[in-house]
Design a protein around this ligand. Structure first.
Ligand code: PMP
Length: 426
Protein backbone atom coordinates (compact mmCIF):
# COMPACT_ATOMS: atom_id res chain seq x y z
CA UNK A 1 0.00 0.00 0.00
CA UNK A 2 1.44 3.38 -0.97
CA UNK A 3 1.84 6.05 1.62
CA UNK A 4 -1.00 8.02 -0.01
CA UNK A 5 -3.37 5.05 0.18
CA UNK A 6 -2.48 4.59 3.80
CA UNK A 7 -3.14 8.27 4.59
CA UNK A 8 -6.47 8.08 2.77
CA UNK A 9 -7.48 4.98 4.68
CA UNK A 10 -6.66 6.63 8.00
CA UNK A 11 -8.43 9.82 6.93
CA UNK A 12 -11.62 7.97 6.00
CA UNK A 13 -11.60 6.18 9.32
CA UNK A 14 -11.05 9.20 11.50
CA UNK A 15 -12.56 12.12 9.47
CA UNK A 16 -15.21 10.17 7.62
CA UNK A 17 -15.39 9.24 3.94
CA UNK A 18 -17.04 12.43 2.76
CA UNK A 19 -14.82 15.12 4.18
CA UNK A 20 -14.09 17.09 0.96
CA UNK A 21 -10.72 16.48 -0.64
CA UNK A 22 -9.25 17.93 -3.83
CA UNK A 23 -8.12 15.88 -6.86
CA UNK A 24 -8.57 12.32 -8.07
CA UNK A 25 -5.13 11.65 -6.64
CA UNK A 26 -5.09 13.73 -3.45
CA UNK A 27 -2.09 15.83 -2.55
CA UNK A 28 -0.10 15.42 0.63
CA UNK A 29 1.38 18.88 1.05
CA UNK A 30 3.96 19.37 3.76
CA UNK A 31 5.53 22.80 3.24
CA UNK A 32 4.89 26.16 1.62
CA UNK A 33 6.81 29.29 0.72
CA UNK A 34 5.48 32.29 -1.20
CA UNK A 35 3.40 31.01 -4.10
CA UNK A 36 4.85 27.50 -3.82
CA UNK A 37 3.75 24.42 -1.93
CA UNK A 38 5.64 21.14 -1.72
CA UNK A 39 4.46 17.58 -1.38
CA UNK A 40 5.99 14.90 0.79
CA UNK A 41 8.28 13.82 -2.05
CA UNK A 42 9.62 17.36 -2.46
CA UNK A 43 7.72 18.16 -5.67
CA UNK A 44 6.89 21.86 -6.02
CA UNK A 45 3.42 23.05 -7.06
CA UNK A 46 2.51 26.58 -8.11
CA UNK A 47 -0.40 27.61 -5.91
CA UNK A 48 -2.97 29.40 -8.04
CA UNK A 49 -5.85 28.50 -5.76
CA UNK A 50 -5.28 29.54 -2.18
CA UNK A 51 -6.33 33.04 -1.21
CA UNK A 52 -5.97 32.47 2.51
CA UNK A 53 -2.16 32.78 2.46
CA UNK A 54 -2.74 36.09 0.69
CA UNK A 55 0.74 37.51 1.27
CA UNK A 56 2.31 34.17 0.43
CA UNK A 57 2.70 30.91 2.29
CA UNK A 58 4.65 31.29 5.53
CA UNK A 59 5.53 34.94 4.93
CA UNK A 60 8.42 35.62 7.35
CA UNK A 61 6.92 38.89 8.61
CA UNK A 62 3.65 37.19 9.56
CA UNK A 63 5.42 34.14 10.99
CA UNK A 64 7.60 36.38 13.13
CA UNK A 65 4.67 38.51 14.34
CA UNK A 66 2.62 35.45 15.29
CA UNK A 67 5.58 33.72 16.96
CA UNK A 68 6.57 36.84 18.90
CA UNK A 69 3.06 37.48 20.20
CA UNK A 70 2.52 33.80 21.00
CA UNK A 71 5.64 33.94 23.14
CA UNK A 72 4.50 37.17 24.83
CA UNK A 73 0.81 36.92 25.74
CA UNK A 74 -2.31 35.55 24.12
CA UNK A 75 -5.56 36.54 25.76
CA UNK A 76 -9.07 37.46 24.74
CA UNK A 77 -10.72 40.86 24.28
CA UNK A 78 -11.95 41.38 27.83
CA UNK A 79 -8.73 43.19 28.68
CA UNK A 80 -7.36 46.34 27.09
CA UNK A 81 -4.94 45.59 24.26
CA UNK A 82 -3.35 48.49 22.43
CA UNK A 83 -2.19 46.29 19.55
CA UNK A 84 -5.74 45.13 18.87
CA UNK A 85 -7.00 48.72 18.96
CA UNK A 86 -4.31 49.88 16.55
CA UNK A 87 -5.15 47.01 14.20
CA UNK A 88 -8.89 47.66 14.35
CA UNK A 89 -8.36 51.38 13.74
CA UNK A 90 -6.15 50.67 10.77
CA UNK A 91 -8.52 48.14 9.25
CA UNK A 92 -11.67 50.21 9.63
CA UNK A 93 -9.83 53.18 8.09
CA UNK A 94 -9.72 51.21 4.82
CA UNK A 95 -13.54 51.48 4.53
CA UNK A 96 -15.92 54.32 3.76
CA UNK A 97 -16.50 56.60 6.72
CA UNK A 98 -19.81 55.08 7.76
CA UNK A 99 -18.17 51.68 8.28
CA UNK A 100 -16.22 52.69 11.33
CA UNK A 101 -16.34 49.91 13.91
CA UNK A 102 -15.62 46.19 13.95
CA UNK A 103 -16.67 43.05 15.76
CA UNK A 104 -14.17 40.21 15.53
CA UNK A 105 -14.83 36.56 14.88
CA UNK A 106 -12.75 33.48 14.03
CA UNK A 107 -14.35 32.52 10.70
CA UNK A 108 -16.31 33.90 7.79
CA UNK A 109 -19.27 31.84 8.98
CA UNK A 110 -19.27 33.53 12.35
CA UNK A 111 -18.95 36.94 10.71
CA UNK A 112 -21.97 36.34 8.46
CA UNK A 113 -23.95 34.82 11.30
CA UNK A 114 -23.25 37.88 13.43
CA UNK A 115 -24.09 40.17 10.51
CA UNK A 116 -27.49 38.51 10.17
CA UNK A 117 -28.08 38.83 13.90
CA UNK A 118 -27.20 42.52 13.73
CA UNK A 119 -29.33 43.09 10.62
CA UNK A 120 -32.31 41.51 12.33
CA UNK A 121 -31.65 43.58 15.44
CA UNK A 122 -31.49 46.95 13.68
CA UNK A 123 -34.39 46.28 11.31
CA UNK A 124 -36.64 44.31 13.65
CA UNK A 125 -37.29 42.13 10.60
CA UNK A 126 -36.45 38.52 9.79
CA UNK A 127 -36.33 38.01 6.02
CA UNK A 128 -33.10 37.28 4.15
CA UNK A 129 -32.41 37.47 0.43
CA UNK A 130 -29.42 35.64 -1.03
CA UNK A 131 -28.37 34.55 -4.50
CA UNK A 132 -29.48 31.15 -5.74
CA UNK A 133 -25.94 29.77 -6.12
CA UNK A 134 -24.30 30.95 -2.95
CA UNK A 135 -22.41 29.91 0.15
CA UNK A 136 -21.88 32.11 3.17
CA UNK A 137 -21.00 29.63 5.89
CA UNK A 138 -21.63 26.42 7.73
CA UNK A 139 -23.76 27.37 10.77
CA UNK A 140 -27.38 26.20 11.02
CA UNK A 141 -28.82 29.41 9.55
CA UNK A 142 -26.18 29.78 6.82
CA UNK A 143 -26.15 26.10 5.83
CA UNK A 144 -29.88 26.33 5.20
CA UNK A 145 -29.28 29.31 2.89
CA UNK A 146 -26.61 27.42 0.92
CA UNK A 147 -27.39 26.62 -2.68
CA UNK A 148 -24.06 26.01 -4.40
CA UNK A 149 -23.26 22.88 -2.36
CA UNK A 150 -25.57 20.23 -1.01
CA UNK A 151 -26.58 21.52 2.40
CA UNK A 152 -29.01 18.85 3.51
CA UNK A 153 -31.26 21.41 5.17
CA UNK A 154 -34.50 22.83 3.79
CA UNK A 155 -34.30 26.36 2.39
CA UNK A 156 -35.88 28.46 5.16
CA UNK A 157 -39.36 30.00 4.95
CA UNK A 158 -37.88 33.36 6.01
CA UNK A 159 -35.51 33.48 3.00
CA UNK A 160 -35.71 33.97 -0.75
CA UNK A 161 -33.07 33.24 -3.40
CA UNK A 162 -32.62 35.36 -6.51
CA UNK A 163 -30.61 34.70 -9.63
CA UNK A 164 -27.68 37.04 -10.13
CA UNK A 165 -27.37 37.94 -13.81
CA UNK A 166 -24.58 36.14 -15.65
CA UNK A 167 -24.19 37.93 -18.99
CA UNK A 168 -22.72 34.80 -20.61
CA UNK A 169 -25.95 32.89 -20.15
CA UNK A 170 -28.55 35.55 -19.49
CA UNK A 171 -27.76 38.34 -21.93
CA UNK A 172 -30.22 37.29 -24.66
CA UNK A 173 -29.48 40.41 -26.66
CA UNK A 174 -30.21 42.75 -23.76
CA UNK A 175 -28.15 45.76 -22.77
CA UNK A 176 -26.52 45.97 -19.34
CA UNK A 177 -29.23 48.39 -18.29
CA UNK A 178 -32.01 46.01 -19.32
CA UNK A 179 -30.25 43.06 -17.71
CA UNK A 180 -29.81 44.96 -14.43
CA UNK A 181 -33.47 45.99 -14.44
CA UNK A 182 -34.81 42.51 -15.23
CA UNK A 183 -32.77 40.80 -12.51
CA UNK A 184 -33.32 43.56 -9.95
CA UNK A 185 -37.03 42.90 -10.48
CA UNK A 186 -36.43 39.44 -9.00
CA UNK A 187 -35.20 41.14 -5.83
CA UNK A 188 -38.42 43.18 -5.70
CA UNK A 189 -40.40 39.96 -6.21
CA UNK A 190 -38.48 38.34 -3.36
CA UNK A 191 -39.31 41.29 -1.08
CA UNK A 192 -42.97 41.12 -2.13
CA UNK A 193 -43.12 37.37 -1.66
CA UNK A 194 -41.67 37.66 1.85
CA UNK A 195 -44.16 40.41 2.67
CA UNK A 196 -47.03 38.34 1.35
CA UNK A 197 -45.99 35.69 3.86
CA UNK A 198 -45.99 38.28 6.63
CA UNK A 199 -42.19 38.54 6.74
CA UNK A 200 -40.32 41.82 6.41
CA UNK A 201 -36.90 41.86 4.81
CA UNK A 202 -33.96 42.29 7.19
CA UNK A 203 -31.05 41.82 4.80
CA UNK A 204 -29.73 41.25 1.36
CA UNK A 205 -26.60 39.09 1.68
CA UNK A 206 -24.39 39.14 -1.42
CA UNK A 207 -20.75 38.28 -2.11
CA UNK A 208 -19.19 41.39 -3.65
CA UNK A 209 -17.60 39.33 -6.44
CA UNK A 210 -20.14 36.50 -6.70
CA UNK A 211 -17.32 33.97 -6.37
CA UNK A 212 -19.46 30.92 -5.72
CA UNK A 213 -21.80 32.03 -8.48
CA UNK A 214 -18.89 31.53 -10.92
CA UNK A 215 -17.51 35.10 -11.09
CA UNK A 216 -20.02 36.41 -13.61
CA UNK A 217 -19.03 39.66 -15.28
CA UNK A 218 -20.45 42.59 -13.38
CA UNK A 219 -23.67 44.02 -14.73
CA UNK A 220 -23.38 47.71 -13.88
CA UNK A 221 -26.34 48.92 -11.87
CA UNK A 222 -27.60 45.50 -10.77
CA UNK A 223 -26.25 45.46 -7.22
CA UNK A 224 -27.04 49.16 -6.87
CA UNK A 225 -30.71 48.56 -7.77
CA UNK A 226 -30.99 45.42 -5.67
CA UNK A 227 -29.68 47.27 -2.61
CA UNK A 228 -32.01 50.20 -3.24
CA UNK A 229 -35.02 47.88 -3.35
CA UNK A 230 -34.03 46.16 -0.12
CA UNK A 231 -33.32 49.43 1.68
CA UNK A 232 -36.62 50.88 0.52
CA UNK A 233 -38.32 47.86 2.13
CA UNK A 234 -36.47 48.52 5.40
CA UNK A 235 -33.66 45.97 4.99
CA UNK A 236 -29.89 46.40 5.04
CA UNK A 237 -27.13 45.28 2.68
CA UNK A 238 -24.57 42.81 4.04
CA UNK A 239 -21.64 42.55 1.69
CA UNK A 240 -19.66 39.33 2.04
CA UNK A 241 -15.99 40.11 1.34
CA UNK A 242 -14.73 36.81 2.75
CA UNK A 243 -13.32 35.77 -0.62
CA UNK A 244 -12.95 39.06 -2.41
CA UNK A 245 -11.54 41.34 0.25
CA UNK A 246 -7.97 42.42 1.03
CA UNK A 247 -7.00 43.54 -2.47
CA UNK A 248 -8.01 40.37 -4.24
CA UNK A 249 -9.78 42.17 -7.07
CA UNK A 250 -6.90 44.57 -7.66
CA UNK A 251 -8.92 47.77 -7.76
CA UNK A 252 -9.08 48.41 -4.05
CA UNK A 253 -8.96 46.63 -0.70
CA UNK A 254 -12.65 45.75 -0.99
CA UNK A 255 -14.56 44.25 -3.89
CA UNK A 256 -17.65 46.36 -3.25
CA UNK A 257 -15.68 49.48 -4.20
CA UNK A 258 -16.39 48.51 -7.82
CA UNK A 259 -20.06 49.19 -7.24
CA UNK A 260 -21.60 52.52 -6.40
CA UNK A 261 -22.83 51.19 -3.07
CA UNK A 262 -21.49 51.47 0.46
CA UNK A 263 -22.75 48.39 2.28
CA UNK A 264 -24.35 48.65 5.72
CA UNK A 265 -22.33 45.71 6.98
CA UNK A 266 -19.20 44.08 5.52
CA UNK A 267 -17.98 40.65 6.51
CA UNK A 268 -14.44 39.38 5.97
CA UNK A 269 -12.23 36.46 6.85
CA UNK A 270 -10.13 34.00 4.89
CA UNK A 271 -7.00 36.08 3.98
CA UNK A 272 -7.25 38.33 7.03
CA UNK A 273 -4.59 36.50 9.10
CA UNK A 274 -2.75 34.73 6.24
CA UNK A 275 -3.93 31.43 7.70
CA UNK A 276 -4.30 32.35 11.35
CA UNK A 277 -8.07 32.25 12.01
CA UNK A 278 -9.15 35.90 12.06
CA UNK A 279 -12.43 37.22 10.66
CA UNK A 280 -14.78 40.05 11.36
CA UNK A 281 -17.70 42.28 10.63
CA UNK A 282 -17.41 46.00 10.00
CA UNK A 283 -20.39 48.31 10.34
CA UNK A 284 -21.67 51.53 11.90
CA UNK A 285 -20.46 52.23 15.42
CA UNK A 286 -23.92 53.26 16.63
CA UNK A 287 -25.38 49.91 15.53
CA UNK A 288 -22.69 47.98 17.38
CA UNK A 289 -23.26 50.13 20.46
CA UNK A 290 -27.02 49.56 20.40
CA UNK A 291 -26.67 45.85 19.69
CA UNK A 292 -24.25 45.46 22.59
CA UNK A 293 -26.74 46.93 25.04
CA UNK A 294 -29.16 44.04 24.66
CA UNK A 295 -27.22 41.27 22.94
CA UNK A 296 -24.19 39.81 24.60
CA UNK A 297 -21.41 39.07 22.14
CA UNK A 298 -18.17 37.55 23.28
CA UNK A 299 -15.99 35.17 21.31
CA UNK A 300 -13.21 33.48 23.25
CA UNK A 301 -10.61 33.35 20.49
CA UNK A 302 -11.70 36.17 18.19
CA UNK A 303 -9.45 39.20 18.20
CA UNK A 304 -7.03 37.65 20.66
CA UNK A 305 -3.56 39.15 20.82
CA UNK A 306 -2.08 36.71 18.30
CA UNK A 307 -4.98 37.24 15.89
CA UNK A 308 -4.37 40.99 16.07
CA UNK A 309 -0.66 40.48 15.45
CA UNK A 310 -1.34 38.25 12.44
CA UNK A 311 -3.89 40.69 11.02
CA UNK A 312 -1.60 43.69 11.45
CA UNK A 313 1.33 41.84 9.87
CA UNK A 314 -0.83 41.03 6.83
CA UNK A 315 -1.71 44.71 6.43
CA UNK A 316 2.01 45.59 6.75
CA UNK A 317 2.94 43.25 3.92
CA UNK A 318 0.05 44.34 1.69
CA UNK A 319 1.29 47.92 2.06
CA UNK A 320 5.06 47.36 1.99
CA UNK A 321 5.04 44.98 -0.97
CA UNK A 322 2.38 47.06 -2.75
CA UNK A 323 0.22 44.02 -3.27
CA UNK A 324 -2.81 45.92 -4.50
CA UNK A 325 -0.90 47.23 -7.47
CA UNK A 326 0.72 43.80 -7.95
CA UNK A 327 -2.75 42.26 -7.99
CA UNK A 328 -3.85 44.78 -10.61
CA UNK A 329 -0.71 44.55 -12.75
CA UNK A 330 -0.16 40.78 -12.71
CA UNK A 331 -3.91 40.27 -12.92
CA UNK A 332 -4.04 42.23 -16.16
CA UNK A 333 -1.21 40.07 -17.50
CA UNK A 334 -3.00 36.83 -16.57
CA UNK A 335 -6.24 38.05 -18.07
CA UNK A 336 -4.58 39.01 -21.36
CA UNK A 337 -2.85 35.61 -21.46
CA UNK A 338 -6.09 33.74 -20.76
CA UNK A 339 -7.85 35.70 -23.47
CA UNK A 340 -5.10 34.71 -25.87
CA UNK A 341 -5.60 31.06 -24.90
CA UNK A 342 -9.31 31.53 -25.60
CA UNK A 343 -8.51 32.37 -29.22
CA UNK A 344 -6.64 29.05 -29.56
CA UNK A 345 -8.89 26.69 -27.61
CA UNK A 346 -12.57 26.63 -28.55
CA UNK A 347 -13.46 25.00 -25.21
CA UNK A 348 -12.88 28.40 -23.56
CA UNK A 349 -16.14 30.30 -23.74
CA UNK A 350 -14.96 33.26 -21.76
CA UNK A 351 -12.53 34.68 -19.27
CA UNK A 352 -13.83 36.23 -16.08
CA UNK A 353 -12.50 38.13 -13.12
CA UNK A 354 -10.05 40.86 -12.35
CA UNK A 355 -7.11 41.48 -10.06
CA UNK A 356 -5.90 38.07 -8.95
CA UNK A 357 -9.29 36.41 -9.02
CA UNK A 358 -10.02 34.61 -12.28
CA UNK A 359 -12.45 32.32 -13.89
CA UNK A 360 -12.18 30.55 -17.22
CA UNK A 361 -15.50 29.33 -18.44
CA UNK A 362 -15.49 26.09 -20.39
CA UNK A 363 -18.10 24.81 -22.82
CA UNK A 364 -18.19 21.84 -25.15
CA UNK A 365 -17.22 23.22 -28.55
CA UNK A 366 -19.83 21.04 -30.32
CA UNK A 367 -22.96 22.30 -28.56
CA UNK A 368 -21.72 25.09 -26.24
CA UNK A 369 -23.07 23.15 -23.24
CA UNK A 370 -21.22 23.65 -19.93
CA UNK A 371 -18.16 21.36 -19.96
CA UNK A 372 -18.27 20.16 -16.33
CA UNK A 373 -16.49 16.83 -16.91
CA UNK A 374 -13.76 18.45 -18.97
CA UNK A 375 -13.33 21.14 -16.32
CA UNK A 376 -12.77 18.47 -13.69
CA UNK A 377 -10.28 16.72 -15.95
CA UNK A 378 -8.39 19.96 -16.56
CA UNK A 379 -8.15 20.67 -12.82
CA UNK A 380 -6.61 17.22 -12.31
CA UNK A 381 -4.24 17.54 -15.26
CA UNK A 382 -3.10 20.99 -14.14
CA UNK A 383 -2.22 19.42 -10.81
CA UNK A 384 -0.24 16.75 -12.64
CA UNK A 385 1.51 19.60 -14.44
CA UNK A 386 2.41 21.20 -11.11
CA UNK A 387 -0.25 23.94 -10.96
CA UNK A 388 -3.03 24.03 -8.36
CA UNK A 389 -6.42 25.51 -9.18
CA UNK A 390 -10.06 24.50 -8.75
CA UNK A 391 -13.49 24.96 -10.26
CA UNK A 392 -16.72 26.70 -9.39
CA UNK A 393 -19.94 28.07 -10.83
CA UNK A 394 -23.53 27.09 -11.31
CA UNK A 395 -22.54 24.38 -13.80
CA UNK A 396 -19.16 23.50 -12.27
CA UNK A 397 -17.53 24.55 -15.50
CA UNK A 398 -15.51 27.57 -14.42
CA UNK A 399 -11.82 27.17 -13.58
CA UNK A 400 -11.24 29.11 -10.39
CA UNK A 401 -7.94 30.86 -9.74
CA UNK A 402 -7.04 32.97 -6.71
CA UNK A 403 -3.28 32.78 -6.10
CA UNK A 404 -1.50 34.46 -3.20
CA UNK A 405 -1.23 38.17 -3.99
CA UNK A 406 2.57 37.90 -4.37
CA UNK A 407 1.97 36.07 -7.67
CA UNK A 408 4.44 37.37 -10.28
CA UNK A 409 4.44 37.75 -14.05
CA UNK A 410 6.79 34.72 -14.24
CA UNK A 411 4.34 32.68 -12.16
CA UNK A 412 1.55 33.83 -14.46
CA UNK A 413 3.51 32.72 -17.53
CA UNK A 414 4.02 29.29 -16.00
CA UNK A 415 0.29 28.99 -15.29
CA UNK A 416 -0.56 30.00 -18.85
CA UNK A 417 1.97 27.67 -20.40
CA UNK A 418 0.79 24.62 -18.39
CA UNK A 419 -2.83 25.48 -19.16
CA UNK A 420 -2.04 25.73 -22.87
CA UNK A 421 -0.44 22.26 -22.78
CA UNK A 422 -3.32 20.76 -20.79
CA UNK A 423 -5.97 22.22 -23.11
CA UNK A 424 -4.07 20.92 -26.12
CA UNK A 425 -3.92 17.44 -24.59
CA UNK A 426 -7.66 17.13 -23.87
N1 PMP B 1 -18.48 33.58 2.61
C1 PMP B 1 -17.95 33.17 1.45
C2 PMP B 1 -18.23 33.95 0.20
C3 PMP B 1 -17.17 32.01 1.40
O1 PMP B 1 -16.67 31.61 0.22
C4 PMP B 1 -16.91 31.31 2.59
C5 PMP B 1 -16.02 30.08 2.63
N2 PMP B 1 -15.78 29.44 1.45
C6 PMP B 1 -17.49 31.76 3.77
C7 PMP B 1 -18.25 32.91 3.75
C8 PMP B 1 -17.32 31.03 5.07
O2 PMP B 1 -16.07 31.27 5.64
P1 PMP B 1 -15.44 30.24 6.68
O3 PMP B 1 -15.10 28.98 5.96
O4 PMP B 1 -14.23 30.99 7.20
O5 PMP B 1 -16.44 30.03 7.75
Amino acid sequence: MSNLDELLRRRHRVLGRNSPLFYDEPLNLVRGEGVWVYDALGRAYLDVYNNVPCVGHCHPHVVEAVARQTATLNLHTRYLDENLLAYAERLTASFDESLNAIMLTCSGTEANELALRLARFVTGAEGIIVSDNSYHGNSTILAALTSCFPAGEPFPAHARAVRVPDPTYDRQGRTDEELAAVYARQVQEAVDSLQAAGIKVAALLFDSFFANEGLPDRVPGYVEQAVKIVRRAGGVFICDEVQSGFGRTGDAMWGHRRTGVTPDIVTMGKPMGNGYPVAGMVTRRDWIDRFGLTSHYFNTFAGNAVAAAAGAAVLDVIERQELLSNSRRVGAHVRAGLEKLATKHPIIAGVRGRGLFFGVELVRPADRAPAADETKRIVNRMRDGGVLLSRTGRYNNVLKMRPPLVFSVDNADQLLSVMDDVLRSL
